[in-house]
Design a protein around this ligand. Structure first.
Ligand SMILES: Nc1ncnc2c1ncn2[C@@H]1O[C@H](COP(=O)(O)OP(=O)(O)OP(=O)(O)O)[C@@H](O)[C@H]1O
Ligand SMILES: *[C@@H]1O[C@H](CO)[C@@H](O)[C@H](O)[C@H]1NC(C)=O
Ligand SMILES: *[C@@H]1O[C@H](CO)[C@@H](O)[C@H](O)[C@H]1NC(C)=O
Ligand SMILES: CC(=O)N[C@H]1CO[C@H](CO)[C@@H](O)[C@@H]1O
Ligand SMILES: [Mg+2]
Length: 389
């Protein structure tokens, strides 16, 4: 609370235009919220120097900095399009601030001076899973650590889904949003952020034209967001943690390229343990590994009603609830999607040059057929969805 009155002062001084003065901060909306001055954050990050930049995401850049009270922080500068009104912004911030859980990254506070919208989070020493587990790092993740990461993320998500009122859907569960503390305990970052960004600016929508990746089919195709779309993303993440690889890797042979497809194929052959990261050698429990993979497969079923809730997922992971694989259905959409993509590629290589203008396809090496595949998947999904309702 130490920065609170200082910021308020600044706000009054800075609010020269009529538009801004109508946006005076509503005191009731900022109880418990630490307001940092822009100046303090400038000092903390040495002027947002490139040397202190630790990442760049869909919402803006992230800097490492030391706050006045001595703590390290991750300081996230939201990009300029996300200039929400101060009070709406603070209302969402207040919600996030009041949520505390050992598997969620702590929000220290924010800065809302002028057009700045900056979030200040507790700093986590050991980076994200994207950098450490899937990227290159010296940290060795043994089987126990991997189990622990899956269980912790499940617990954090179950908390957001079932214990926070009203519940929070993360919408962007992926390896770069799972951070690790000094003991490699996982913490989910960026929860609640989706609501800070105007719906039409949600950067996830740019993924839709591409591959499914972490995004549940009903989300990608129909923009339908429920807790079960987080469950889907969690399933993909779990398979990544077990296998130590990314969900899509085009450098691998065709049959191994898509992690979900690989996992399902191995499941059908009764060889799920082959999915486990080879760097573990034989140092893991085969039965446990199979069980974890099956839980992942339960989460990524096409029909969202068949996916378990996060609290059930958590109970299955810790062995409190049995894993019922009899009812498990094949994630058929991604199979059909990839097939359509391959056919599209063969059929229309010459005529599709300009579909690379599709949003989100610019970074993809095989974007040429994504439109074909996408509309194919839409049709397929719609019929599956209609059948299952
Ligand atoms: N609290 C934190 N502690 C340490 N590092 C962090 C923290 N928050 C973010 N980072 C680092 O900054 C990087 C970028 O984060 P950011 O959330 O902006 O992008 P992203 O997770 O890749 O994508 P998205 O915008 O979808 O979340 C992360 O991958 C992580 O390495
Ligand atoms: C610094 O401030 C943050 C936010 O209030 C708090 O969580 C953290 O514990 C503080 N650090 C110290 C060393 O007091
Ligand atoms: C997003 O929606 C807001 C309000 O609905 C509108 O003012 C803004 O121009 C839209 N932005 C984009 C990029 O479409
Ligand atoms: C397991 C592991 O490598 N932990 C590291 C996390 O980060 C701290 C601070 O950089 C290191 O001291 C730990 O060794
Ligand atoms: Mg992030």
């Amino acid at each position: 609370m130490n920065c609170f009155s200082f910021s308020l002062l600044f706000w009054k001084r800075g609010s020269s235009s009529a538009a801004q003065s109508t946006e005076a901060i509503d005191i009731s909306s900022i109880q418990n919220v630490n307001l940092y001055t822009y100046e303090e954050l400038l000092t903390a990050t040495e002027g947002f120097s490139p040397a202190n930049k630790i990442g760049e995401g869909g919402f803006g850049s992230v800097y490492k900095g030391r706050l006045r009270n001595g703590s390290l922080a991750a300081i996230k500068v939201l990009s300029s399009e996300s200039r929400q009104g101060v009070n709406e912004f603070l209302t969402e911030i207040k919600v996030i601030t009041n949520i505390e859980h050992e598997n969620l990254v702590k929000l220290y506070g924010c800065c809302v001076e002028g057009n700045h919208r900056i979030l200040v989070y507790g700093y986590l020493e050991n980076n994200s899973l994207a950098q450490t587990l899937i990227g290159r790092s010296s940290i060795h993740f043994n089987w126990h650590t991997r189990q622990n990461i899956c269980i912790g993320v499940a617990r954090g998500l179950a908390f957001l889904h079932d214990e926070v009122q009203p519940h929070i859907i993360h919408r962007d569960i992926k390896a770069s949003n799972i951070l690790l503390d000094k003991d490699l305990q996982p913490k989910i970052s960026d929860f609640g952020l989706a609501k800070l960004i105007a719906p039409n600016l949600t950067h996830i929508s740019t993924l839709v034209a591409g591959t499914f990746g972490y995004v549940a089919p009903e989300y990608a195709i129909r923009n339908q967001v429920t807790r079960k779309s987080d469950v889907y993303s969690f399933g993909v993440l779990l398979l990544e943690v077990i296998s130590g690889r990314c969900n899509t890797n085009r450098r691998l042979p065709a049959e191994e390229r898509y992690l979900i497809i690989r996992a399902w194929d191995l499941f059908e052959r009764g060889e799920l343990e082959s999915l486990v990261d080879v760097s573990l050698g034989r140092n893991f429990n085969i039965e446990e590994a199979r069980r974890f993979c099956k839980i992942g497969l339960l989460c990524i079923q096409d029909n969202l009603q068949l996916r378990p809730s996060m609290s059930t997922v958590h109970d299955m992971l810790i062995g409190k609830t049995d894993v019922n694989e009899e009812k498990m259905t094949k994630p058929d959409l991604i199979f059909q999607f990839v097939e359509a993509k391959d056919q599209g590629k063969q059929k229309s290589r010459a005529e599709v040059e300009d579909t690379s203008l599709l949003p989100g396809s610019a970074k993809q090496d095989d974007s040429s057929s994504s439109e074909t595949a996408s509309s194919f998947a839409t049709m397929t999904f719609t019929s599956i969805y209609d059948r299952s309702n």
